[in-house]
Write a protein that binds this ligand. Structure first.
Ligand code: BG6
Ligand code: MG
Length: 222
């Protein structure tokens, strides 16, 4: 029996994945490492420092900066990102998400947030969604970023629910890997090739319906 639904934030609850992309793209260009949207898929769901390291590796610059300089580059990206998310309002919740949250509450299921972003609480406040969630994992307390299962396991633990009774929703390949590693049912939102590891993929959040998700979840339950 399903007991909880655990959401990723950026790219699932709201379109801040686009702001992360714009801020990393600007940072990459400023150090001579331009990259495509296709490469950006590898950054989704990945922590700030891990993302920077992937960009540096792409440009063959993994040994070009000291740890201190890397912290400065990461700060530059974050300052830009923080500037961009100032425009986030409650109107920026993606289509279908408020309805899904309301249906989850109506069914008496628990609801959690598993984002590795240190800006997650600020974004949830801007969306006025913080009180709609039973728990929000604090990214500062997570040692291993997605694709490691740690953050989804932490969300289940904070909710007091068995991971097998949880369903996770993600837009990132690393996030889907994290959900599956945690032993949960994985729902992908986005491209079915990119998210092939998910149990089911929808093209957009507008297609998410709790009734359908329950049918899919029960189909795989043992
Ligand atoms: C994830 C995003 O939610 O958070 C990544 O998908 C981002 O793109 C990561 O790098 C870390 O976010 P922040 O806000 O702590 O730099
Ligand atoms: Mg995401």
């Amino acid at each position: 029996e399903l007991q909880a639904v655990i959401f990723d934030l950026d790219g699932v609850v709201t379109d801040t994945a686009e702001y992360h992309y714009l801020a990393w793209k600007a940072l990459g260009e400023s150090i001579g490492v331009p990259f495509t949207r296709e490469f950006n898929e590898e950054l989704k769901g990945v922590s700030r420092m891990d993302s920077l390291n992937k960009i540096l590796a792409l440009g063959g610059k993994e040994n070009s900066y000291s740890d201190e300089e890397k912290l400065e580059l990461a700060k530059q990206k974050n300052d830009h990102y923080v500037e961009l998310i100032k425009q986030v309002t409650p109107d920026d919740v993606l289509p279908g998400i408020r309805e899904l949250i309301a249906d989850i509450h109506a069914k008496g299921l628990k609801i959690g947030l598993a984002s590795v972003s240190k800006n997650a609480f600020a974004v949830m406040d801007s969306l006025q969604l913080r009180d709609s969630f039973d728990t929000i994992v604090d990214a500062a307390k997570i040692r291993n970023s997605k694709p490691d299962p740690e953050i989804f396991l932490k969300a289940a633990e904070q909710l007091g629910v068995d991971p097998a009774a949880c369903l996770g929703i993600e837009d990132a390949a690393a996030g889907v890997t994290s959900i599956k590693g945690a032993g949960m049912f994985a729902v992908g939102v986005g491209d079915s090739m990119t998210l092939a590891e998910a149990d089911i993929v929808y093209a957009s959040t507008a297609e998410l319906s709790l009734d359908q998700l329950l049918v899919q979840y029960q189909g795989t339950a043992v």
